[in-house]
Design a protein around this ligand. Structure first.
Ligand SMILES: Cc1cc2nc3c(=O)[nH]c(=O)nc-3n(C[C@H](O)[C@H](O)[C@H](O)COP(=O)(O)OP(=O)(O)OC[C@H]3O[C@@H](n4cnc5c(N)ncnc54)[C@H](O)[C@@H]3O)c2cc1C
Length: 388
């Protein structure tokens, strides 16, 4: 029997558990240890946007695979994740215009339905928009959004029906290591021997890695989301929109309200530093941005808001794989602010890799050692790390 333990029952832990039960045989045993409830810390607060707009070609491929899984989630896990294909519109001013054009070329090369737009063509997709100041835009039709909590708990429930054991309210407080091997986890309930341990602890990924003396460079940012209502509904068939220059996005909710997000504060000292939700400054940013960029919704009122933590690595990309010197410990962390859209695609390959099979995607570019080796993943954008 191969006992695979997973720390964390957020989206990554749940999806990896699902794919392990899907690909494993009768000798594979999967156990998830979640310190609170299923559904995760970041996952439960996520906006759930899935777009393919990435400067890293491998990322575009992984998101495409995630989208395929989202489109057929019911066939995988028995219920859908609320995936709504509303499209994605993006605009950039002169500084980032070439980056946007290059990214669209990569997407088109991979067969995605994406077109470059002149700024004056953009309001055909989002009538409330004023594209003044943009040099170029793009629209991708296959993008969408889903309900991240529903997706995560769907994966967890399917994993459980396929034989995984899921312990909630069970924090992993220590991991036993014997030389180059992890041997067991310790929880409040006791000791559990493992043959492989997957670290999917999200914002606490560095804390769990430190239990086996592995240094994982993570930082934490509080990101805020406001729900708005306006006289003109932002219907769910209107696209999600990203303003590269101002780092602000809008996304429809079902029912005509919409969310706006992206006005980030400086990094936090710890993953669980207190969340403050929106400040007066944030409201000022929104009012100014709506007047200038989204005049069709300038009457919008904030009806709700929340914030959550995102956990980037130094190059804003995931840290995935076995750290050097530890053959049975596997990191699956650093989802950053874009981890939802990549989760299913990554989880499938991670499960294949953990089981010793050839993964659909080569995960070596995401190895922890890239930071020490000076081989970080590069973003085509110079300022928009969230579009890395
Ligand atoms: C406000 C916001 C908006 C976002 N919007 C988007 C978006 O539109 N599109 C997109 O692609 N991404 C988005 N993201 C990012 C995305 O949601 C995250 O990258 C993703 O959800 C991370 O999932 P995770 O499973 O790694 O982490 P989490 O969901 O945080 O799960 C980690 C789990 O590990 C558990 N855990 C931690 N330590 C331990 C321990 N010692 N023992 C046991 N369990 C432990 C935690 O309790 C938690 O349940 C957003 C994030 C936020 C916060």
């Amino acid at each position: 029997m191969t006992d695979i333990g997973i720390v964390g029952g957020g989206l990554y832990g749940s999806a990896i558990a699902y794919f392990l039960t899907e690909f494993g045989d009768e000798d594979t045993s999967v156990t998830v240890f979640e310190k609170d409830d299923l559904g995760g810390i970041s996952t439960a607060r996520s906006a759930g946007i899935l777009r393919h707009h990435y400067s890293n070609r491998r990322h575009v491929e992984i998101v495409s695979r995630s989208r395929e899984i989202m489109e057929s989630l019911e066939d995988h896990v028995g219920h859908d994740g609320g995936f709504t294909q509303n499209g994605f519109l993006v605009g950039a001013g002169p500084e980032e215009a070439d980056a946007l054009r290059d990214i669209v070329a990569v997407q088109q090369d991979l067969g995605l339905d994406v077109e470059l737009l002149d700024p004056q063509e953009m309001d055909a997709y989002l009538p409330a928009l004023d594209a003044d100041g943009f040099e170029v835009g793009a629209y991708e039709s296959q993008a969408g959004f889903a309900d991240p909590y529903r997706v995560a708990t769907g994966f967890a429930s399917a994993a459980s029906s396929q034989g995984a054991t899921i312990h909630t309210d069970t924090p992993v407080v220590d991991v036993e290591r014997d030389g180059g091997e992890v041997t067991a986890v310790r929880t409040g309930e006791g000791r559990h021997e493992v043959d492989v341990l997957v670290n999917a602890a999200g914002p606490f990924g560095a804390e769990v890695a430190a239990m086996v003396d592995v240094d994982v460079p993570l930082s934490w940012y509080e990101v805020k989301v406001a729900v708005l209502t306006a006289d003109t509904p932002y219907d769910a068939d209107l696209p999600t929109f990203s303003d590269v220059d101002d780092a602000i996005y809008t996304k429809p909710e079902h029912g005509g309200d919409f969310i706006v997000g992206g006005f980030n504060d400086p990094p936090m000292d710890a993953p669980d530093a207190g969340f403050e939700t929106m400040h007066d400054d944030d409201y000022e940013t929104l009012v100014e941005w709506f007047d200038r960029r989204m005049p069709g919704y300038a009457d919008a009122k904030v009806v709700d808001s929340w914030s959550g933590v995102i956990t980037p690595s130094p190059d804003w990309h995931q840290i995935i794989g076995r750290p050097a010197g530890l053959e049975n410990f596997y990191n699956a962390v650093a989802g950053s602010g874009h981890g939802f859209k990549e989760a299913a695609g990554f989880a499938e390959s991670i499960a294949q890799d953990v089981l010793g099979r050839t993964p659909r995607f080569d995960l070596s570019p995401y190895r922890l050692e890239r930071f020490a080796e000076g081989d970080e993943l590069e973003s085509r954008y110079s300022s928009a790390s969230w579009l890395a």
